[in-house]
Design a binder for this molecule. Structure first.
Ligand code: NAI
Length: 332
């Protein structure tokens, strides 16, 4: 099986290498096809997202990706936004679950954040009207709203979940979120056995802080989803442990929620678990369910044992020690 590998920037190469090692130790043979993207690619290929990289994903359909650095406020547009739009990876899926051994204020969090990945303010359509006045277009289309809400409901059905919460700000953004809400209600009608609720995004933030266990599947537009994903990661142990997938009708790119972490890059300190669990989601997607489950179990055993953990998890270990522990626990 061929899978495209985008190592990315910062801690990307360190954490994707750990995932490759663990997949191999789990007995799955993958022929990795390296592809460039990120700040590094801008330097080596003169382009942060070379067309060749998109073509490789179009050819092989599936990619595992490390984080890519996007300079703030200047230079090129976010590679992630372009990649997701270029391949129409319309659904960002982030399972957020309490992990054994990871100390957090909550014990039973088990929710999935489904984020629309191609529109909203992240369409990146900004322009200067006159100096000192900038406009940003919030693009919302019926087609994109319907398919992301339908994806959330289908996911609920497929994974035995019972409730979908649509998060919006339709009282203020009456036309854009008004349309999204209208679409959500229409799609919800097709799923009478799944409970549907609509909530203001600010209210959802409050309730996530007070009691995240009451949520099941959350679906929302792009910017809200980006913020809520990080918030939810914080509920279960931080950015180092939460996996993610960007899925479309034809292609899938698996990556952690976290970024390139320039503050710890190159030091061997990064926690690879988020990318390892993203890789497990990838294995599940390509039909290697048993290996995916084995890796998930090995990660949980490692966290529970608390040996070799990285600093973000309160340990004194590093990327190499935690990787070795996960591999050791594959047999457990
Ligand atoms: P970040 O996620 O890279 O880092 C935030 C904090 O979390 C830092 O203190 C970092 O050390 C820590 N952290 C993140 N991942 C970790 C891990 N695996 N193990 C241990 N600690 C970890 O977010 P930041 O600093 O806002 O972004 C840095 C760069 O990453 C930016 O250029 C941003 O555009 C990019 N980025 C890329 C993403 C992607 O490619 N999917 C997603 C988010 C950000």
């Amino acid at each position: 099986m061929k899978v495209v590998l985008i190592a990315g920037d910062g801690i990307g190469p360190e954490v994707t290498a750990a995932a490759q090692e663990i997949i191999s130790a789990a007995g799955v043979k993958i022929d990795w096809v390296p592809a460039a993207a990120g700040l590094g690619a801008a330097e080596t290929h003169g382009e942060p997202l070379p067309e060749e990289t998109l073509d490789l994903i179009r050819k092989h359909r599936v990619a595992l990706k490390g984080p890519c650095t996007t300079p703030v406020g200047k230079g090129f547009r976010s590679i992630n936004v372009r990649l997701r739009k270029g391949l129409d990876l319309y659904a960002s899926v982030r399972p957020v679950k309490t992990l054994p051994g990871v100390k957090t204020p909550y014990t039973d969090v088990d929710l999935v954040v489904v984020r629309e990945n191609t529109e909203g303010l992240y369409a990146g359509l900004e322009h200067q009207v006159v100096p000192g006045v900038i406009e940003s277009l919030r693009v919302i289309t019926r087609a994109a709203c319907e398919r992301i809400v339908r994806y959330a409901f289908d996911l609920a059905v497929r994974t035995g979940r019972h409730r979908v919460t649509f998060c919006h700000k339709a009282d203020v953004m009456r036309l854009t979120d008004g349309l999204f809400l209208e679409c959500a209600r229409e799609v919800a009608d097709d799923f009478p056995f799944i409970a549907f609720e609509e909530k203001s995004i600010d209210n959802v933030c409050l309730e996530l802080a007070l009691d995240p266990t009451k949520y099941d599947v959350l679906v929302m537009e792009n910017l809200f989803g980006d913020v809520i994903s990080d918030l939810c990661a914080g509920l279960v142990g931080g950015l180092g442990v939460v996996p993610g997938a960007n899925l479309g009708a034809r292609y899938a790119v698996f990556e952690a929620v976290h970024g390139s972490a320039p503050d710890i890059a190159g030091k061997g300190l990064a926690n690879p678990i988020a990318v390892v669990r993203s890789a497990a989601m990838m294995l599940d997607y390509v039909g290697e369910r048993k290996a995916a489950e084995r890796i998930e179990r090995a990660v949980e055993t490692t966290l529970q044992a608390g040996v070799g953990l990285t600093r973000d998890l309160g340990g004194t270990g590093n990327t190499a020690t935690i990787t070795a522990e996960i591999i050791k626990n594959l047999g457990a």
